[in-house]
Design a protein around this ligand. Structure first.
Ligand SMILES: Cc1cc2nc3c(=O)[nH]c(=O)nc-3n(C[C@H](O)[C@H](O)[C@H](O)COP(=O)(O)O)c2cc1C
Length: 347
C-alpha cells in the first residue's frame, strides 16, 4: 500500500491545472513546426485503389485500426478520471492505443482505474509512472500496482527532467533512473515503454535504454506541448526569468528519427511531439517511427469553457487522422508496410 504524501496532494491539484495550461496558448512553442519542412514524394501513378488502402497494424500484441496512440495525460482526480473514461471509450471504438497519465496519485489515493479496462477491452492500454518515482524506494511496487490496476499491456516510464527542474516542488536528483529502468525491465510482467514528455530522447539515450533491454521508446520531441512554458507559467515572475532561455529546449523530431530507426534494430519507436493531423502521422512513419502518438491534439476535443470532453468530436478527429493517413499513402503510391517496415530502403 502506498500512502498519499503531501507531494501527492499537490500533484493531484497540479494535474488538473496542467490540463488548463496545456489547452491554452501558454504551452505552444515559438519554433516553426519541423514537419512543415518535410514533403512526401507525390506519385502521379499510384497504381492502387484508394478504397482498398489498409492502415491497420499490430502494437503490443493487439490490432490497431491505424498506427496511433493517445499518449498519457491524466488521471488521479475526479476530472482526470472522467477524461480517461471518455478517452478509453473512444479509443476502443476507434481502435487506437491509449496511455494513461501518471498513476502515482491515483494509486496513492486508492482511486482505481479498473473501469478503464472494462471500457477498452480490445486495445492496448499503457500504464504510466515517472522514472524518478521508479528510482525511489518502493518504485517497483508502484510500477506493479500501476500495471495490475489497469491490466496494462505495457508500462510507460516517463522521463521529464526539464519539467521537474522548473517545478517548485519538482524532483532534482536524477541519479539511478537508468538502473531502476533496467530493474523494471527484468522484474515486471509486461513491456516497458520509456517516454519523454516534450523535450525528446536523443539517439545516445535511446541506445542506453536499448542496452538495458527497453524495446519501446516514445520520443516526445519539441513542437507540441511545451512543459518548460507550462511550468514557468506557474512560477513567480522572478523565478520564471531564470528559465526564459530554456523555453524551447529539446530535440527536434526530424533531426533524430531517421538515425534512431537505422541504429536501433530492436526498438519500436513511437513518434510524438506536436502531431497535428494524419499527414504529420504519415511523415513520422516515413521518417522512421513505427506508430505515432499525440496528447495535445486530443485536448482539441475538450469544450473550451467547461473543458468537458466531446466524445463525438474526438471520434471524428481520430477518424480524420486515419483518413488523412490513407490519403498520404495513396498519393505516394505506397502501402503502410513500405512506410513502416522497409525503412530506410524506401526510394
Ligand atoms: C495535460 C497533459 C498532461 C500530461 N501528463 C503526462 C503524464 O502524466 N505522464 C506522461 O508520461 N506524459 C504526460 N503528458 C505528455 C504527453 O504524453 C506527451 O508526451 C506530450 O504532451 C507530447 O505530445 P503532444 O505534443 O502531442 O502533446 C501530458 C501531456 C498533457 C498535454
Amino acid at each position: 500500500m502506498i500512502n498519499p504524501t503531501e507531494k501527492d496532494l499537490i500533484s493531484a491539484n497540479r494535474k488538473d491545472i496542467h490540463i488548463d495550461l496545456a489547452k491554452s496558448e501558454v504551452s505552444r512553442p515559438s519554433v516553426a513546426h519541423p514537419l512543415d519542412l518535410i514533403s512526401l514524394p507525390h506519385n502521379a501513378l499510384p497504381e492502387m485503389n484508394f478504397e482498398e488502402i489498409e492502415t491497420s497494424c499490430k502494437f503490443l500484441g493487439k490490432r490497431l485500426s491505424f498506427p496511433f496512440m493517445i499518449t498519457g495525460m491524466t488521471g488521479g482526480t475526479k476530472r482526470g478520471d472522467k477524461l480517461n473514461a471518455a478517452f478509453a471509450k473512444v479509443a476502443n471504438q476507434s481502435g487506437v492505443a491509449l496511455g494513461l497519465g501518471s498513476q502515482r496519485t491515483s494509486i496513492a489515493h486508492g482511486r482505481s482505474q479498473k473501469k478503464i479496462r472494462k471500457l477498452a477491452p480490445n486495445i492496448p492500454l499503457i500504464g504510466n509512472i515517472g522514472g524518478i518515482q521508479l528510482a525511489q524506494e518502493n518504485g517497483l511496487d508502484l510500477a506493479r500496482a500501476a500495471i495490475d490496476d489497469l491490466e496494462a499491456d505495457a508500462l510507460a516510464i516517463h522521463l521529464n527532467p526539464l519539467q521537474e527542474l522548473i517545478q517548485i516542488e519538482g524532483e532534482r536528483n536524477w541519479c539511478g533512473v537508468l538502473n531502476a529502468i533496467e530493474g523494471a525491465v527484468k522484474m515486471l510482467p509486461c513491456p516497458i515503454i520509456v517516454k519523454e514528455v516534450g523535450a525528446g530522447i536523443s539517439l545516445a539515450v535511446a541506445q542506453k535504454l536499448q542496452n538495458v533491454g527497453v524495446h519501446y521508446i516514445d520520443v516526445a520531441c519539441v513542437a507540441g506541448t511545451n512543459w518548460a512554458r507550462i511550468e514557468a507559467a506557474r512560477l513567480p515572475s522572478k523565478q520564471r526569468d531564470i528559465y526564459t532561455p530554456f523555453l524551447d529546449w529539446g530535440h527536434i523530431i526530424t533531426d533524430i528519427l531517421p538515425e534512431m530507426r537505422q541504429s536501433l534494430k530492436n526498438v519500436t519507436i513511437i513518434g510524438s511531439g506536436g502531431l497535428r493531423d494524419g499527414l504529420d502521422l504519415a511523415k513520422l512513419l516515413w521518417l522512421g517511427c513505427h506508430i505515432g502518438g499525440g496528447a495535445s491534439i486530443i485536448l482539441n476535443s475538450l469544450e473550451t469553457k467547461t473543458l468537458e470532453i466531446r466524445e463525438e468530436q474526438l471520434l471524428n478527429s481520430l477518424e480524420t487522422i486515419k483518413q488523412q493517413l490513407s490519403i498520404a499513402l495513396f498519393l505516394t503510391g505506397m502501402k503502410m508496410s513500405d512506410f513502416i517496415n522497409n525503412f530506410p530502403t524506401k526510394p
